[in-house]
Design a protein around this ligand. Structure first.
Ligand code: ATP
Length: 495
């Protein structure tokens, strides 16, 4: 049936209470979203599953929770103050702002070559290779006031822009804030752009107190903030988002082995959430795409239908798994003047470990789950009428915000009492929900849209023989199950 579009997903998310626009009654705030009652459960299921699989289930991984605000020196050491920026250009005509790297990627090779020539920048091979674009951006940044108007820039959809460009300027992606009563340089700090640095600066505290020996990991889930220029695609790219990060510390010689290990483990994790294998892939970064501190990196990508445009296949990053070597700990040793190497009891020598990082986005995982689960179907109506359309979220039972909805067929003849008692009894073990409003058909449709895998209906027969019907979301098949068997039945069908 018809593919999921962004509009359909945003509309379902709002209709069912997964995601709302932030501050909606005031007209919203650009690219900022709030999670409603169902969204917060879905998000929590993702985070709980990650924590269970990455921390609880592993002897050699421990967790932590660092403050969002950190000493600004952390961001000097990490390189974010100096390097975490994009080059931006404004069009005086359209009043729109663009990222220069996005524009250059969309150009005809001659346009890129023309800009290179203007800057006296020499390159070999494809003008639009990532390597060349990165070098060219560096040349633009170094040259200062560069006029790009002679280049004939096209927009990312290959349309000529009637622009009148401003000169490109650098824009740091970190969100600034001031601590205390005065807003001056001395009180300036940043909202963290990644959770990882909280782990690095606590590395020795954690190693010592938890008495870890290599290889071992430190995991953290938390909010991160980036003043992204080009936000959009719903919760795919926002300025406030949540990360799930593992920093795995290993002897420096072992990084490539662990990079392979974590890439496979993390891909399998997304599969275990029920995401279709055909929509997931691992994309190794080419050498010219790597951050300067990274020896190798694999992205786990999901194919989002709404990122598919023109010739683009729609692959979007869910997680990056990177060999960061000893870069981070080296930088923190250098900037703090503190030694971060330690005596590893297993190796019996003093080591400064290297790091393999697995950095995932909670919101992007939620978006991938919603996109993957969204289906529209035509289902036969009870009578002989036209088939009707139903929207169903085929979330795996473990991810679904509601596991079981209990529905009294009508609000009389003892059915409401039995339904109430059943839902109260189920609540301790399952995410259970009670709904007595509207026709039974409408209640089923609502639960289909919420992704609820099971609906238990209390009907006339229940009062006679203590059985209920269990309706399966995907097949819409119904079975009669004894009231006292409902829990076991659900457990058996959850897997
Ligand atoms: P992108 O290239 O898409 O901007 P990135 O490579 O900068 O992402 P990382 O710094 O590797 O991203 O961050 C790790 C993860 O955090 C990403 O894989 C993504 O899931 C999530 N993430 C990063 N930036 C955002 C954002 N602006 N909104 C939502 N999630 C994000």
């Amino acid at each position: 049936m018809s593919a999921v579009t962004m509009e359909k997903l945003v509309s379902l998310a709002k209709r069912r209470g997964f995601v709302f626009q932030s501050s909606e009654i005031y007209g919203g705030l650009g690219s900022t979203w709030d999670y409603g009652p169902l969204g917060v459960e879905l998000k929590r299921n993702v985070k709980n599953r990650w924590w269970r699989d990455m921390v609880t289930a592993r002897e050699n991984v421990v967790g932590m929770d660092a403050a969002i605000l950190m000493n600004p020196k952390v961001w000097e050491a990490s390189g974010h103050v100096a390097q975490f920026h994009d080059l931006l250009v404004d069009s005086r005509k359209t009043k729109k702002r663009y990222r220069l790297d996005h524009l250059l990627e969309a150009q005809k090779p001659e346009a890129v070559a023309a800009l290179a020539e203007q800057l006296g920048h020499v390159f070999s091979g494809d003008p639009q290779s990532t390597e060349n674009i990165v070098a060219l951006l560096g040349a633009v940044a170094a040259a200062g006031d560069v006029d790009i108007n002679g280049v004939g820039i096209l927009d990312p959809s290959n349309r000529k822009i009637d622009a009148d460009w401003t000169t490109p300027r650098q824009f740091n992606l970190m969100l600034k804030t001031y601590l205390g009563p005065t807003e001056d340089e001395g009180s300036l700090t940043y909202l963290r752009p990644e959770t990882a640095q909280g782990i690095f600066v606590n590395f020795l505290n954690v190693q010592t107190t938890a008495r870890m020996r290599l290889p071992f990991g430190i995991a953290q889930i938390g909010k991160a903030f980036r003043n992204e220029i080009t936000t959009g695609n719903f919760i795919f790219r926002t300025r406030e988002f949540e990360q799930m990060e593992l920093e795995f510390f290993v002897p420096p010689a072992d990084t490539s082995k662990w990079l392979d290990y974590w890439t496979e483990a993390r891909l399998n994790w997304y599969l275990s959430l029920g995401i279709s294998p055909g929509h997931l892939r691992v994309r190794p970064h080419s050498a010219d795409e790597l951050a300067h501190y990274s020896a190798a990196c694999n992205d786990i990508e999901y194919q989002f239908p709404f990122l598919q445009k023109d010739d683009e296949e729609g692959w979007g990053e869910l997680e990056g798994i990177a060999d960061r070597g000893t870069y981070d700990l080296d930088r923190h040793m250098e900037h703090s003047g503190k030694k971060l190497s330690f005596m590893d009891p297993g190796l019996n020598e003093k080591v400064l470990p290297a790091v393999v990082e697995a950095s995932a986005g909670v919101d992007r995982t939620v978006l991938a789950l919603l996109s993957d689960a969204y289906h529209e179907e035509e289902v036969p109506t009870a009578g002989s009428g036209e088939p009707e359309k139903r929207v169903v979220l085929r979330l795996s039972p473990a991810m679904a915000p509601i596991t079981v909805a209990v529905l009294p067929l009508v609000n009389k003849d003892g059915m409401p009492e039995i339904a109430r008692k059943l839902v109260d009894d189920l609540r301790g073990d399952f995410a259970a929900f009670h709904d007595a409003g509207g026709s039974i058909g409408r209640r089923y449709r609502r639960q289909d849209e919420a992704g609820t895998p099971f609906c238990v209906t209390v009907d006339g027969q229940t009062t006679e023989d203590q059985t209920v019907t269990v309706r399966h979301r995907d097949s819409m098949q119904q079975e009669r199950v004894a009231l006292e068997q409902v829990k076991d039945y659900l457990r058996a069908n959850m897997a």
